[in-house]
Design a protein around this ligand. Sequence first.
Ligand code: MLT
Length: 237
Amino acid sequence: MLIDVVLNPAEIALLSRRDLSGTTCVIFDVLRATSSMVTALAHGAAAIYPACTIEEAFELKKQLPDALLGGERHGDPIAGFDLGNSPFEYREAVAGKTIISTTTNGTIALRACEHADEVLAGALLNLDALVLEIQKQRPAKLLIVCAGTFGDFALEDACAAGWLVAALKEGELTDAAQAALAVTRLFPEPLPALQSAKNGRALLAKGRGKEVDWCAQLSIYTVVGRMKSGVIRPLPQ
Ligand code: MLT
């Protein structure tokens, strides 16, 4: 298995032209999009539709009138939406629900990989389950996509990529995968990494430190969210 990592979000726009056959993609937007999605699936959400824009989310809502609209812009809830992007909002009242989500970076990174053989929504919250799923799939190529923040590298996503590479304990690593692994030697524990990252500091400044603490938890859930035809659903456990 060749393991590569998209560390620079500028590469995400190029993924639509990249051959992702034989590839499993794992998308990390640890603060907070994919952490909130994994939380929602663990609390019984039936399906998540990642939308690239607010307009697309409202269009989807016309086709799925019972769905909840969730997401953020600039970290804040979107006018007319049911939910923001805090993982805490996805622990309640999501059981059996379909969620349409649009976020600044996470949902765009997910959609950019939709032509891959397999697409998994990754978080620290389900890291061990991701490892088991990748070991089950045994893809020729694993591409870990760090959603980043706007155009910027995000430390928390790079660390998550590195921890996943470390946990897999196998594979041929590209330079980017080696770099992600190297970052985890500076940050052996998730919480200090998330707290020192730009996104983490922004959340702390907004009084949302408990969300950072939440997203830094390792493997509290066994659920894996798999995207097929643009819809993320929990894999049977
Ligand atoms: C994103 O998709 O950019 C993030 O999840 C932003 C956020 O923390 O809400």
